[in-house]
Design a protein around this ligand. Sequence first.
Ligand code: AMP
Length: 211
Amino acid sequence: MNILLLGAPGSGKGTASEQLIDKNGFTQLSTGDLYRAEISNKTELGLKAIEYMNAGKYVPDEITIGMVAKFLETKSTNLLFDGFPRTLVQAQELDKLLAAKGTKLDVVLHFKCDESVLLERLSNRIICPKCKKSYHKVNIRPKVEWICDTDGTELVVRPDDAPEKIKIRLEEYNTLTAPLIKIYNNKMVELDVTNVTPKKLYEDVVKGLKL
Ligand code: AMP
């Protein structure tokens, strides 16, 4: 089964993915993570993406679609799409890419969340650059300050979680990604994730996916 996690930045897509990978054997395709890896490896692709990312803007469609097409050459089933597609063009291209592999997007989980909660979560988010686990400075703290519980790596604040970038990212989401909600209406499961703990989020996801 291929699943799209559709929701604004900070809505819990990454947190749900962590658990679905660990407990249900899915593979995550997070275009944000792929770009961050390209940037840290200082590749040509990373150099193209970094300016857009650091400005809080979307990377142009053709660049992102090319990166996803390459990923799908290695695996095209049991995927969790996290952060892709984010535009109508990306959605159309994904349909074509999956059809060429004889597969499709089966379910879209829509993570609905109040914007005030998104702002609060993103401005308190710290992440592990190695395993991608995310924490909250106040509510979901690591056992040792600024150290990842899982692998002992020093935690960081994402450059695009700066307050002025958060605002731009939410605008990009509302303008370019929210229209996807309509086109996926027939395969959509709605989840209200405004006031949920990671544990409850996972329970809701499992129920929504009938796993
Ligand atoms: P994320 O980790 O999903 O929040 O993505 C971080 C940043 O990577 C976004 O703000 C964009 O700059 C870029 N990015 C990730 N996925 C996409 C996408 N599907 N289309 C365009 N830009 C993307």
